[in-house]
Design a protein around this ligand. Structure first.
Ligand SMILES: Cc1ncc(C[n+]2csc(CCOP(=O)(O)OP(=O)(O)O)c2C)c(N)n1
Length: 546
């Protein structure tokens, strides 16, 4: 702590001291000192991406794996606009992120100067805190505060706008010790007593676990076993609990199967842990129902009871609460969830290919299950192909799912790059539809340039499948959902990766095996049957009113 230097350098130093390792950006002339320091320091890396959306998605995915914020940076109004999608992802996914935006010089603020926009106002709804730093000598202190805000309570993104002229000013670091030490909240003994009593008395208690429980996965397993409670994973939080565990009940995803929802509907007690009960997880705010007893544990008091009335709300770190509840359990309570777990296992069994005309997306996931190590990280984009992935891939290892709960297209490739930089020892695969891939697939160039060896699998059905499905079902015809027949393997090769196109199901496993074995960046473009729009529906039948 302490020291003197250019404020832009000190900002990076404060973050590095707090544990930040990677700064993702498209460079701009408004934050030169920050770029310089992030690249120059031995303990931080500057990752320069092709598009700011790639930078923010990478930073988001990186922090999903490490739990430590990464920095996403961009220049003034133009860069901030492109960066925003990944910041919104961090907001909805409760992922810590520090956003640094270059801003026009303090002398010109408020004149609609070149590329100027009121960045604090622009970013306010998609961050926990957004402000403009007006004085160089306050920058270290405000960076420390930003880091703390991003990582405390319900984590999320924070944004500091940095007028270009303050970054080169020599200042004293006087306030950055604010970043040291983080309070960990815990339940009070009365709450623990009450929760234990309710869990013992309940007939069919279930747990809904969200991203806030990811760091407490083992404590969650012990808690569920102690009380014989079944466990659901919140939307795109499938790695929060081992899917092969006999107490696992399934994934609260888009259009979850009725069989999956049965135990939740019948539960007389629902324990919600580190989950904000968003629209998808709650099946459009229908579950848990108002007449079900709900206990909600969350690090943030504002989340407790926000979307569902709760019997008991507990403001606590998930791990601290789960450990306290488990210590208070009288003896291991056995409740039989075998039928529900068997139904989950059966539903995630990959079926025989349904297509005579091409490749069934389910077969792609089946082949990946054969060729990938179980602890591989899967980074997925948005689109109907992901329904197959979520259904047929089993997450039995911690931190194996990197998926945007805000459903942002374009997340897959940059998500995989950020995850691989955070966990270089793991296999990392990006899974995309052709629509999502064509939004950010150029980040393959970033991966190649930095030697980040990821595998990219594209489910190419020649359309925005999700939208075509909604249109066929609701309107009876499609509009604007076509995608041209792009040579994606050739595109990947032009960016320095290897690329391979698969049209025959018999070639799938071999092509994926080769791609995964490739130490560099490799892409497998799988031409899928566009009619197989979901694991249970055909597009032609939906359009015909089926
Ligand atoms: C950034 C963004 N724009 C638009 C959408 C709306 N949207 C959701 S899924 C989808 C289509 C995805 O198409 P593709 O990536 O080809 O996957 P598919 O559904 O065909 O499997 C669209 C346009 C979105 N979720 N995100």
């Amino acid at each position: 702590m302490g020291g003197r230097g250019k404020s832009g350098h000190l900002a990076v130093e404060v973050l590095a001291r707090a544990g930040v390792r990677r700064f993702y950006t498209v460079p701009g002339e408004s934050f030169l000192e920050v770029l310089d320091a992030a690249e120059r320091r031995p303990d931080t890396s500057l990752v320069s991406t092709r598009h700011e959306s790639g930078a923010s998605f990478m930073a988001e995915a990186d922090a999903k794996i490490t739990g430590i914020p990464a920095v996403a940076m961009a220049t003034r109004g133009v860069g901030a606009s492109n960066l925003a999608i990944g910041v919104h992802t961090a907001m909805q996914d409760s992922t810590p992120m520090v956003v640094l935006l270059g801003q026009v010089e303090t002398d010109y603020l408020g004149r609609e100067a070149f590329q100027e926009v009121d960045l604090a106002a622009f970013y306010a709804p998609i961050t926990k805190w957004a402000t403009t730093v007006h004085r160089a000598d306050r920058l270290p202190e405000l960076v420390a505060r930003a880091f703390r805000a991003a990582t405390s309570g319900r984590p999320g993104p924070v944004m500091l706008a940095l007028p270009a002229d303050i970054l080169g000013e020599e200042v004293e670091d006087r306030g950055s010790r604010l970043s040291e030490g983080r309070p960990r909240s815990a339940p009070d003994p009365e709450d623990v007593e009450d929760v234990a009593r309710r869990l013992v008395a309940a007939r069919r208690p279930v747990v809904i676990a969200g991203g806030g429980a990811r760091h407490a996965r083992e404590a969650l397993v012990r808690f569920a076993e102690a009380y014989g409670a079944g466990v659901y994973a919140g939307f795109r939080r499938q790695d929060v609990f081992p899917n092969g565990h006999p107490l696992y009940l399934g994934h609260l995803t888009l259009a979850a199967r009725p069989e999956t929802l049965g135990p939740l509907e019948e539960a007389d007690l629902v324990v919600v842990v580190g989950c904000r009960l968003g629209e998808v997880t709650t099946q459009t705010y229908s579950l848990p129902r108002g007449d079900q007893d709900v206990i909600q544990v969350d690090a943030d008091p504002d989340e407790v009871g926000a979307t569902v009335p709760v019997e008991r709300g507990i403001v606590s770190d998930a791990g601290a609460a789960l450990e306290a509840f488990t210590r208070r359990a009288p003896k291991a309570i056995e409740r039989d969830w075998s039928a529900a777990h068997a139904a989950y296992l059966e539903s995630s069994e990959v079926p025989a290919g349904r297509s005579e005309a091409g490749i069934d997306p389910a077969e792609v996931v089946g082949a990946l299950r054969k060729v990938l190590p179980e602890d591989s990280i899967l980074a997925n984009d948005a689109g109907n192909f992901s329904v197959f992935l979520h259904r047929y891939w089993r997450h039995d290892h911690p931190r194996t799912q990197v998926a945007a709960a805000n459903g942002a297209m374009g997340y897959g490739v940059p998500g995989a790059v950020g995850a691989k930089l955070a966990a270089p020892e793991r296999n990392v695969v990006a899974l995309c539809g052709d629509g999502g891939f064509l939004m950010t697939g150029q980040e393959i160039e970033t991966a190649v340039r930095y030697g980040v060896g990821i595998t990219v699998v594209v489910f190419r059905n020649g359309m925005h499948g999700t939208i075509a499905m909604h249109q066929a079902r609701d309107i009876g015809r499609t509009a604007g959902s076509e995608i041209g027949p792009v040579d994606l393997a050739g595109f990947a090769r032009s960016l320095g990766a290897t690329g391979h196109t698969v049209t025959d199901p018999g070639d799938l496993e071999g092509a994926l095996r080769d791609a995964v074995a490739d130490e560099g960046v490799s892409l497998v473009d799988v031409v899928t049957d566009p009619d197989l729009i979901s694991p249970t529906a055909r597009l032609s039948e939906l359009a015909a009113g089926g």
